[in-house]
Design a protein around this ligand. Structure first.
Ligand SMILES: Cc1cc2nc3c(=O)[nH]c(=O)nc-3n(C[C@H](O)[C@H](O)[C@H](O)COP(=O)(O)OP(=O)(O)OC[C@H]3O[C@@H](n4cnc5c(N)ncnc54)[C@H](O)[C@@H]3O)c2cc1C
Ligand code: FES
Length: 280
């Protein structure tokens, strides 16, 4: 069995600046796959540990879908030491990738259901993966109506603009509701906070699941809307971003209540989170 702490090398093949403040960049990585590197079989919602020699290792959600081919997409917000070092990397540079890690969104288990996706800010990354997985020719027929609700502060802070356009034109019972916090020049889409848009869209809980990822304030105000629409906590799935180290359930860094977020999550049902201490 291969050592779970050892990363395998991956080369940056493309870099894109995503947002107007230039703090978010997307990286397509090609795994160099020496003969001893294991296959990277993953599902939307999982993450990987990216390691930069001399800087450290960080958990980042996988923003690509396995239906998009072998290369992997990561979108990185520059916040501190390692993410700044990553922002200084260019196409052709090599980093380490360890994974895939964690529990994904429960897509396989919920075939036949409608899917409501709620995303805020740059937490949309693994939900991009989810959309591309659901809309791929091999999976679209297995799910019902899809509602994608996504908000950012300003139009310039929306990630994946080309994909948003593609999903908006997709048809086939796929409904995109993209919103910004306040009116902006050149923006003719929705205006308002994500919880309000969830209330306007009013997704039915019948035969549906909701996948939610965003800042805590968005989650706090979205939950009562789901409650008022009759959603139960076992059909709502949230992804956490606790601090981590090993990523494989050994070091205890990410422990909350009975769970290791890295191994038992990062995706949890709302019902599971309701049983945790309030400060998770
Ligand atoms: C499962 C998972 C998925 C993630 N996916 C993404 C992703 O797709 N894109 C992305 O940009 N980031 C993601 N993150 C967060 C990312 O791991 C941290 O931003 C990163 O580790 C910061 O490293 P740094 O060395 O640059 O920052 P540091 O120098 O360690 O810290 C800089 C600042 O960032 C804060 N910070 C550090 N770690 C976290 C964290 N885990 N959550 C919140 N704040 C933190 C610190 O408090 C400090 O204020 C994810 C985290 C987890 C656990
Ligand atoms: S990060 Fe080590 S146990 Fe979760």
């Amino acid at each position: 069995m291969s050592n779970p702490y050892v990363p395998t090398p991956a080369r940056i093949v493309d870099v894109a600046v995503e947002t107007e403040d230039r703090q978010l960049r997307s990286y397509w990585l090609e795994r160099l796959d020496p003969d001893d590197a294991p296959e990277f079989n993953y599902m939307p919602g999982q993450f990987a540990e990216l390691s930069l020699a001399g800087h450290g290792e960080i958990p980042i959600g996988i923003a690509s879908s396995p239906t998009e081919g072998r290369n992997l997409l990561f979108t990185v917000n520059r916040t501190g030491r390692v993410t700044t070092a990553l922002h200084n990397m260019q196409a052709g540079d090599v980093m380490g990738v360890r994974g895939p890690l964690g529990r994904p969104y429960p897509l396989e288990e919920n075939r036949g259901r409608n899917v409501v996706i709620v995303a805020g800010g740059f937490a949309v990354t693994t939900l991009r993966a989810t959309m591309n997985w659901l809309l791929s020719p091999e999976h679209r027929k297995d799910y019902g109506r899809i509602d994608f609700i996504y908000g950012a502060r300003t139009p310039g802070m929306l990630l994946y603009r080309r994909e948003l356009d593609r999903w908006a034109r997709f048809g086939d019972d796929v409904h995109c509701h993209v919103t910004v916090d306040r009116e902006a020049e050149g923006w003719d889409g929705l205006v308002g906070f994500v919880p309000n848009v969830v209330g306007q869209v009013a997704p039915s809980p019948d035969n549906s699941i909701a996948l939610v990822c965003g800042p805590p304030v968005m989650i706090r105000f979205t939950q009562p809307v789901f409650d008022s629409l009759g959603w139960t906590a076992d059909r709502i799935f949230l992804s956490l971003e606790n601090r981590m180290k090993c990523g494989i359930g050994i070091c205890g860094r990410c422990n909350v209540g009975p769970y290791y977020v890295c191994k038992d999550g990062p995706v949890f049902t709302k019902a599971e989170l309701d049983r945790l201490p309030p400060d998770y």
